[in-house]
Design a protein around this ligand. Structure first.
Ligand code: ZN
Length: 117
């Protein structure tokens, strides 16, 4: 396990994530991912710690409101989000682009057909 740090552009929102060494990320073609350009990885909520910025974020909901699309009120960066895995477990969606010291060019990008779900 490795601890990654990340957050938004203006640094009001900062978090830590415990996960295996990152070797791949998900690129989704659903309506919001395609506009926002996210590269995502998912972790259990217990592996995610928001260090600062809980008052600095706001949320966007659409469709069935299943996912909290969280973003910084100041800089607009959507560095993470949260939702359920379908079995009631809270999962955090981490925007890999917002992690510190990750070389995106080394990651295997898996295309996910979220549009069809
Ligand atoms: Zn910000």
């Amino acid at each position: 396990m490795k601890t990654y740090t990340g957050g938004c552009h203006c640094r009001k929102v900062r978090y830590e994530v415990d996960m295996e060494e990152l070797t791949e990320a998900m690129s989704c073609n659903c309506s919001i991912c395609s506009k926002r350009g996210w590269l995502l990885t998912f972790v259990p909520a217990s592996s995610f710690r928001l260090l600062q910025g809980s008052d600095e974020v706001t949320m966007y909901h659409f469709n069935k409101n299943k996912i909290d699309h969280i973003f910084c009120k100041t800089c607009g960066t959507a560095s993470y989000g949260s939702g359920s895995d379908g079995e009631g477990n809270v999962m955090m969606a981490i925007n890999v682009r917002c992690l510190d010291d990750v070389d995106l060019s080394t990651l295997k990008i898996n295309q996910v057909d979220g549009k069809s779900y």
